[in-house]
Ligand binder design. Structure first.
Ligand code: ZN
Length: 139
């Protein structure tokens, strides 16, 4: 892959096609000072189509958040124009403060100070349930 436009930063590769905006939002990439390039529908031998995000800035990506959104994505850390590290993701067992429970009777909705926590209950089908009321995460 061509990374020569980035000297020091991060390339999130192999994003499932169509998910790049979700990744952008969940990782709060609009708050980054450096430039961010979103490339959609790149032809990939492995995946057919994929999205790529190039970030021309140093930052710590929340691997749990990214793993939750798209566990098949890979992260390339770029230093001086070269890939120095590749990170693969996994579905996190627990995800905190990212998604909110939609059950109006859930204690996490009533108690403002409670952190929203979801746990992975079905790895195969990627199902998360609320830690407090066990409601399934719904889109
Ligand atoms: Zn709940």
């Amino acid at each position: 892959m061509n990374v020569d436009s980035i000297k020091n930063g991060i390339v999130i590769d192999h994003i499932t096609a169509g998910k790049s905006m979700e990744v952008y939002t969940y990782l709060n990439l609009e708050e980054i000072c450096g430039s961010v390039a979103i490339i959609k529908n790149v032809t990939s031998r492995k995946m057919g189509k994929k999205d790529i995000i190039k970030i021309d800035a140093k930052l710590d990506i929340d691997l749990d958040v990214l793993g939750y959104i798209d566990p098949d994505a890979t992260i390339n850390i770029i230093k001086d124009g070269n890939i120095v590290e590749k990170k693969h993701l996994a579905l996190p067992e627990i995800i905190k403060g990212v998604i909110k429970c939609k059950n109006p009777r859930c204690i996490s909705i009533c108690e403002q100070e409670l952190e929203h926590i979801f746990k992975l209950t079905d790895k195969e089908n990627r199902i998360y349930r609320c830690f407090y009321c066990e409601s399934k995460k719904s889109d």
